[in-house]
Design a protein around this ligand. Structure first.
Ligand SMILES: Nc1nc2c(ncn2[C@@H]2O[C@H](COP(=O)(O)OP(=O)(O)OP(=O)(O)O)[C@@H](O)[C@H]2O)c(=O)[nH]1
Ligand SMILES: [K+]
Ligand SMILES: [Mg+2]
Length: 364
């Protein structure tokens, strides 16, 4: 039996197994088996054309955004609208066949936007260019799932399922579980809170399915068997995701209103250039970027040339972004803005800066 048939078997068995106390462990074990086979499916097969010709685009700029969606939802139209790059768009499906990079300049940051071929159900198993598209998606800082506002919500669920199947977790934090494999000593299990979905026996079952017999497991939140499987499996990525509903020029006001209220969503029309400001704002928010301005002592801040950093960066990151040797001569900094208690505040390297802060660095 091939891996795909094994996966299908397990999925069938899971579907016909009733969820209750008595079947809990059986289901947990099936989940672990499923996760194992799925990751085997992702290992490179060495088949020709599998490894991305036309997909190995260099990372550049401050962050990378990947456009994922069914064919003809308007991915290429968006790239051509918000960047200087033109990507061919047409009314027929699979117009785009490779990865086309463009750059969005926003708040002084250069954000790489990647247009990709449309993906369809079964992409995770290699349908169409699914595998290559998913491989690129894994490298992004933000996934945009682009949807056609005139089409059914089923598309969103299908895409989520495809990405889920290859270990991409959207808008989700890494489970708070400490897990470390050991050479000896068996499995030590501890938790710091009440667990309602998993217990020691389930943990043992899942680990044994992965042929892990010695490990330390410390669970710090009320997690599920799936969360534990995610932590054991090494290929998981946790990415922010923004749902962009395009073609709103074609839907009623009621429908528009309904879509706009969905979580993590923004509604636009590329053709009519509607609501693109909100698209940019949301993208910036979901990228978790901040902009810091520097100020030389005695002169006004330089508001033209900000530094682009990730949220929760410290002054040490700020120094590194300016020049790698600055940390060595750093004495203290003065900070104006929302991060200090009062402006300016004298702070050290560990101080966490916030968006739009102004920083003056004093050296030895
Ligand atoms: N009504 C309407 N049509 C749009 C909008 N944006 C794009 N389209 C049309 O949708 C069709 C598909 O656009 P593309 O940009 O080629 O879509 P794609 O997602 O890149 O498609 P593939 O590369 O084939 O996956 C084209 O005919 C576009 O003109 C929009 O905002 N409103
Ligand atoms: K198209
Ligand atoms: Mg396209």
């Amino acid at each position: 039996m091939g891996i795909q048939e094994k996966i299908a078997e397990i999925e069938k068995e899971m579907a016909r197994t009733q969820k209750n106390k008595a079947t809990e462990y059986h289901l947990g074990l099936l989940k672990a088996k499923l996760a194992k086979y799925r990751s085997q499916l992702l290992e490179p097969t060495g088949k020709k054309g599998e490894k991305g010709e036309g997909f190995d685009v260099m990372k550049s700029g401050d962050a990378r955004v990947a456009l994922i969606g069914f064919p003809s939802v308007g991915k290429s139209t968006l790239l051509s609208t918000v960047t200087q790059t033109k990507s061919e768009s047409a009314a027929y499906e699979f117009t785009t066949l490779t990865c086309i990079p463009g750059v969005i300049n926003y708040k002084g940051a250069n954000i790489q936007l990647l247009d990709l071929p449309g993906i369809i159900e079964g992409a995770a198993q290699g349908k169409g260019r699914g595998r290559q598209v998913i491989a690129v998606a894994r490298t992004a800082d933000l996934i945009i799932i682009m949807l056609d506002a005139t089409k059914s919500e089923v598309h969103r669920l299908l895409l989520e399922k495809e990405l889920e199947a290859v270990g991409i977790r959207l808008n989700k934090k890494k489970p708070n579980i400490y897990f470390k494999e050991k050479k000896t000593g068996g499995i030590t299990f501890n938790s710091t809170c009440a667990l309602t979905k998993i217990d020691e026996k389930m943990v043992q079952l899942i680990l044994h399915e992965y042929k892990i017999f010695n490990a330390e497991v410390l669970i710090r939140e009320d997690c599920s068997p799936d969360d534990l499987i995610d932590v054991i499996s090494k290929n998981r990525v946790y990415l922010n995701c923004l749902y962009v509903y395009n073609k709103i020029d074609q839907v009623s006001m009621e429908e528009l209103d309904r879509l706009a209220r969905r979580p993590h969503s923004v509604v636009i029309s590329c053709n009519m250039k509607l609501n693109l400001d909100e698209f940019h704002e949301k993208m910036w928010e979901y990228l978790n970027l901040i902009r810091i301005y520097t100020k030389k002592p005695g002169s006004p801040p330089d508001f033209n040339d900000g530094l682009i950093l990730r949220r929760n960066s410290s002054l040490e990151h700020v120094c590194h972004t300016i020049h790698r040797t600055i940390v060595d001569v750093f004495k203290y900094a003065l900070v104006w803005g929302t991060s200090p208690k009062y402006s300016p505040q004298r702070v050290g390297l560990s101080h966490i800066v916030e968006d739009e802060d102004v920083v003056s660095i004093f050296k030895h």
